[in-house]
Every structure is written in structure tokens, then in C-alpha cells.
Write a protein that binds this ligand. Structure first.
Ligand SMILES: Cc1cc2nc3c(=O)[nH]c(=O)nc-3n(C[C@H](O)[C@H](O)[C@H](O)COP(=O)(O)OP(=O)(O)OC[C@H]3O[C@@H](n4cnc5c(N)ncnc54)[C@H](O)[C@@H]3O)c2cc1C
Ligand code: SF4
Length: 348
């Protein structure tokens, strides 16, 4: 019988890899550093997901349940890999809970870290209570509390959503586009309008990237059915006049300065490389790509490979990804891990 596959990270990508492997009879040890499985959608309390419209707790919750209920998957929570050695078919890992395990192959599904808006201080986060992030608004909606100004609990009458916070920003070393935040923000804007029909919602953007099939479902629908207003702008700063937040910038279509008051300002935060990636790169001896995500060995011929044979990668660990792409990549990595096990049957 082959050794288990070690999966590091229990988000959508890891859950999908674990399910795929278990469904063909392959045992898995899943190591997750937090106290729950589910990854960012569960740990950060996302509300309704794009593009399905399903609640994250139902959609990802069901992925968690089918893995937890599968006897072939052993989940180690509050746990990390401290040391890793060996070769395909005969890896050894020392876990932070003191145990040692053997694995035939490994899949890294360690995901991303949300951009910390404190690194964009001129846009008011950390200074004004009513400057919040998309994840905070997701939590307001998913916990049933509704969208409220944190400072005094009032219903906001005017909300600004600022796109590309911590993405496409060379000044702070984040050159990449985080891929999902335009669509997530258009979706949140519609949810705010649905809950608070009198609230005016503005989206400040550089470019809109509701790519693929999302254009009419989110960009046009949010304007035509939900009356969300879009302003193409370069934002200078978010301040306060003592009553309301003030967003200052330049409307880049008409090339004029604009100063607009709001009750709440939402940062559409991007997807940073996982803060653990330097450590993970060293422990697993895999290369990182230039931005600090885990590097892919190949984009075409050998999907899910890293720079080390027998160690695979999937999902947002490789860079900004959607949930459905992370799930597909998890399945591809499971297939690659199985092939490694088959090639190394009998490895001591
Ligand atoms: C605000 C926001 C909203 C979003 N909404 C949507 C949406 O509606 N639809 C959509 O398709 N996508 C959405 N996304 C993107 C979505 O979050 C990702 O596609 C998805 O979480 C990627 O899954 P993953 O399993 O690769 O990584 P993650 O979800 O990041 O999971 C990684 C897991 O690995 C664990 N881990 C990390 N480091 C270690 C370590 N060293 N040892 C052990 N475990 C570790 C983490 O605790 C976590 O459980 C959103 C992103 C943001 C920022
Ligand atoms: S998806 Fe949109 S908001 Fe997110 S980084 Fe790309 S352009 Fe900016």
C-alpha cells in the first residue's frame, strides 16, 4: 500500500485535492495551521460567493464536511510542517505537534494572505473607524448584522468602494492584479443596495476587470439594475471633516479634482503572497516566483509541479486565483501526486 499524500493547507484547493485522492482510495494527511478547515472563505467569513451566489459557509462548508467525514483523510489542525526531507515515494515530515509522518508525495495548498490596509495609510484605514475592508463588509453580511458604520452602528447613506487597494501599486511593491476584487466589489455593492435601497454606492476604479463571463453579471447589472455608480479616478487621500469621510482625488475621465463625502469607505483589498512563503520555500526546498508566491514548474506540460520533484502546488499559493480555479488546480495536483505514487511504489 502506498504512503499517504501530505497536503499542507485546508482551503478550497487542499480540500479539493484531498477529496479527489480519497475518492480513488488514496489516504491523505492534511496539515492546517488554523483551528478549522475551509481556508479564507471560512476563516474570513465571506458572504455570498461570486459567481455562484451561494453562501461561503454552505458551499465551502460542504467541501469541509465531505473531507472531515472521509476516513481516508486525517486532518491535523493547529499544526504546521517544521522539517521536510526525502525523495518522491519516501518523504518524511516533522510536524509541529511533535509527530513524524511519511508521505509518498506532497501538495502545497497554503493559499494567500489578505493585504493589510494599514500599508496604505493615506486612504484612511486605521485612522477612521468607518474605513473598512471588503472582508469586514463580507463579515457584516454573513453574520446577519447588516452593513453598518462601525463608529456608531448607523446605516450608511453613502458608501465608496475603492478598488485595487494593495494591488497594481508599484509604490508599495504590489504589481499584480488580484483578479477577483472587481467582481467581488460589484457583488458587494449590489448586496449593499439590496439591504439598504436608499444608500448610494460608488465604486472608484482605475480599470474594471470583471473578466470573462462576469461583465454583464456584475459590471453592467450593478449599474443598470442596482444603480451603483462608477468613477474612474486616481485617489489622493481619505480624510474627514468631522462629520463624514471625504474621498479626494482626480476624475481621470474629465481630468478634474473631485472631493466627495461618504459615511463608509471600503478598501477592496488584494491577495498578497502567504506571509509564510519564505519559510515554506526553505522547509520544502521549493522556489518562489518573483513576487513571492510559490513558483510553478510548468504551466502546460506538467501542471501543479514545483521546482522539487514530488512536491506539488495548487490554488492561491501560486498567485491570485478564484475558488473554482483553485479547486480545479487541487484536482490536477491530486492527479500528479497519484502519478508520483504509482511511479514510486515500493520506495523504502
Ligand atoms: C475579499 C475577498 C473575497 C473573495 N471572494 C471570492 C469569491 O466570492 N469567489 C471566488 O471564487 N474567490 C473569492 N476570493 C478568492 C478566494 O479567497 C481564493 O480563491 C481561495 O481562498 C483560494 O483557496 P486556496 O485553498 O488556494 O487558499 P486559502 O483559501 O488561502 O487556504 C489556504 C489554507 O492554508 C492554510 N495555511 C497557510 N499557511 C499554512 C502553513 N504554513 N501551514 C499549514 N497551513 C497553512 C491557511 O490557514 C488556509 O486554511 C476572494 C478573495 C478576497 C480577498
Ligand atoms: S481585480 Fe480589479 S480591483 Fe482587483 S486588482 Fe485587478 S483591477 Fe484592481
Amino acid at each position: 500500500m502506498s504512503k499517504p499524500v501530505l497536503i499542507v493547507g485546508g482551503g478550497p484547493a487542499g480540500l479539493s485535492a484531498a477529496h479527489a485522492l480519497a475518492s480513488v482510495g488514496q489516504s491523505v494527511v492534511m496539515v492546517e495551521k488554523e483551528d478549522r478547515l475551509g481556508g479564507a472563505p471560512i476563516l474570513s467569513g465571506y458572504a455570498k460567493l461570486i459567481p455562484s451566489g451561494e453562501w461561503a459557509r454552505d458551499a465551502i462548508g460542504s467541501m469541509v464536511a465531505r473531507v472531515e467525514q472521509n476516513a481516508l483523510v486525517e486532518a491535523r489542525l493547529n499544526c504546521q510542517v517544521n522539517e521536510f526531507s526525502g525523495a518522491p515515494g519516501k518523504f518524511q515530515a516533522q510536524l509541529s505537534d511533535g509527530s513524524k509522518i511519511e508521505a509518498g508525495a506532497t501538495i502545497l495548498t497554503t493559499g494567500f494572505t489578505h493585504f493589510d490596509s494599514i500599508n496604505k495609510p493615506e486612504w484612511g484605514f486605521g485612522t477612521y473607524d468607518d474605513v473598512v475592508t471588503t472582508t469586514q463588509v463580507e463579515q457584516m453580511i454573513s453574520t446577519g448584522g447588516g452593513v453598518r458604520c462601525p463608529s456608531d452602528g448607523r446605516k450608511p447613506e453613502r458608501v465608496a468602494i475603492l478598488l485595487c487597494v494593495g494591488s497594481r501599486d508599484r509604490q508599495i511593491g504590489r504589481e499584480w492584479c488580484s483578479k477577483v476584487c472587481c467582481t467581488v466589489s460589484a457583488n458587494l455593492a449590489m448586496e449593499i443596495r439590496e439591504e439598504l435601497p436608499d444608500c448610494h454606492v460608488y465604486i472608484y476604479y482605475m480599470d474594471i476587470r470583471t473578466y470573462g463571463l462576469y461583465e454583464d453579471l456584475y459590471y453592467w447589472k450593478s449599474q443598470e439594475e442596482f444603480r451603483v455608480k462608477y468613477i474612474k479616478a486616481r485617489i489622493a487621500e481619505v480624510t474627514s471633516d468631522g462629520q463624514r469621510l471625504i474621498v479626494k482625488g482626480e476624475d481621470t475621465l474629465v481630468k478634474r479634482p473631485i472631493t466627495i463625502p461618504f459615511d463608509m469607505v471600503v478598501h477592496a483589498i488584494g491577495m498578497d503572497p502567504n506571509v509564510d512563503n519564505m519559510k515554506l520555500g526553505a522547509i520544502f526546498d521549493v522556489d518562489l516566483e518573483s513576487h513571492g508566491h510559490i513558483g510553478r514548474g510548468s504551466n502546460y506540460s506538467a501542471l501543479a509541479t514545483t521546482s522539487r520533484a514530488g512536491v506539488f502546488v495548487a490554488g492561491a499559493a501560486t498567485g491570485p486565483e478564484t475558488i473554482d480555479d483553485s479547486i480545479s488546480q487541487g484536482q490536477a495536483a491530486a492527479m500528479a501526486a497519484l502519478a508520483t505514487l504509482n511511479q514510486n511504489i515500493g520506495a523504502a
